[in-house]
Design a protein around this ligand. Structure first.
Ligand SMILES: *Cc1c(COP(=O)(O)O)cnc(C)c1O
Length: 372
């Protein structure tokens, strides 16, 4: 059997272990400590968003954002339909009602026109949406300037799920810095990892302090354990943050490598009937995953291709199945235009890790060409 080529394997830079060693030396084995504070400072410096709370996951970050925005039972929250379920689940945690909005073709992210239509509809029904959760998928920034303008016009808070888009930007401004809140994830297969973790970003200092308080069981400032609110155990551990600090040092290098993966695949496969997602003017993708759309003229579909590559021990993955097609969200109202359904039907994510060797990439391309 050939060695396995993974979709997106963790890739350590080398310094991570030194930050962990320091945590051991100082016995900071807890969900607080110098690495947690350091990770927050690194994220602020990198994203140019003023405040950060390092958390146990990106999902926790979205959940805290919604809590702090006051999202409650039966509130309407608009969210991208073409995404990973973690974008939408926290809306349900609050007992609120997710309303799903389809994508536009240029960036595959939420269609601003459809968003405005949904907002107007719900305002007409007397149920003004309480928040928008917008996603930048696969590292490609969506039409966030347009979406931020719409949210401002209707005075609806914007949560920017940049879990897959750390380091991506629009006109020089980082993904995650446009919304009232920005969210990053450091799960195992994201562009950098802390094994598991996330962060909540905001210009609003009070909100981020509130997030840290809620993430540590909402403890009142008293000598004993007193609580006036429901809390959560959502803080990042000092060990995970140590990995994160090492990963922040190599983030830009890993982005270069992922972008090189994209260029490699594009050059080799573009003329074989595959379509690639290109950057628009002013947008910079971190190319977390390189995704291709299969030509409709092919005699096989994306699932057949995935299975054939799997036989050669190459891991690929279908694009996200839109939330409005998910059994768990089947009763949610959705504003659809066919774009995400088409992407789901024709797309495939190729091995995209920053540690892929040239030989591995050659091998993926050779197998794909052989299959077609
Ligand atoms: C990974 C991911 C999340 C959740 O992050 P976790 O750290 O895994 O909880 C949220 N949204 C999107 C789009 C993601 O890809």
């Amino acid at each position: 059997m050939e060695e396995r080529i993974y979709l997106s394997a963790p890739h350590m830079g080398g310094q991570e272990i030194n930050f962990i060693q320091r945590a051991f030396d100082e016995n900071w084995i807890a969900p607080l400590g110098p690495n947690v504070n350091g990770m927050e400072q690194d994220l602020v410096a990198y994203s140019k968003v003023s405040h950060a709370a390092a958390l146990s996951s990106g999902t926790a970050a979205i959940h805290l954002a919604l809590i702090i925005l006051g999202i409650k039972k039966d509130d309407i929250v608009l969210a991208s339909s073409f995404t990973f379920s973690a974008t939408v689940n926290p809306i349900a945690y609050q007992g609120a009602i997710p309303v799903l909005v389809d994508s536009e073709e240029e960036t595959w992210n939420m269609d601003p026109e459809l968003l405005e239509l949904a907002i107007k509809d719900y305002i007409e029904k007397g149920k003004k949406p309480k928040a928008v959760v917008f996603v930048h998928l696969y590292g490609m920034p969506g039409k966030i300037e347009e979406v931020a303008a719409i949210c401002k016009k209707y005075e609806i808070p914007l949560v920017e799920d940049a879990a897959e888009a750390l380091g991506a930007s629009v006109n020089g401004k980082m993904a995650g810095s446009f919304g009232d809140f920005g969210v990053f994830s450091f799960n195992g297969n994201k562009i950098i990892t802390t094994s598991g973790g996330g962060a909540l970003m905001s210009e609003n200092k009070t909100w981020i302090e509130k997030a840290r308080y809620l993430a540590t069981q909402a403890r009142d400032p008293a000598p004993y354990y007193q609580h006036s609110e429901i809390g959560y155990n959502y803080r990042m551990s000092n060990i995970s943050a140590g990995i994160g600090r090492g990963q922040m040092q190599v983030l830009n290098q890993w982005i270069d490598k992922r972008r090189a993966n994209y260029s490699f695949y594009k050059e080799k496969l573009e003329h074989h009937g595959f379509t690639f997602l290109e950057e628009g003017k002013g947008t910079f993708s971190n190319r977390w995953l390189t995704c291709v759309l299969l030509n409709e003229q092919f005699s096989f579909d994306n699932e057949t291709m995935r299975q054939k590559l799997e036989q050669s021990n190459i891991e690929t993955r279908p694009l996200w199945k839109p939330m409005h097609l998910q059994p768990v969200f089947k009763d949610c109202k959705a504003y659809v235009n066919g774009v995400s359904e088409k992407l789901f039907k024709q797309g495939l994510c190729l091995p995209s890790g920053s540690s892929l060797s040239d030989r591995q990439k050659e091998s993926v391309v050779e197998k794909i060409i052989k299959i077609i």
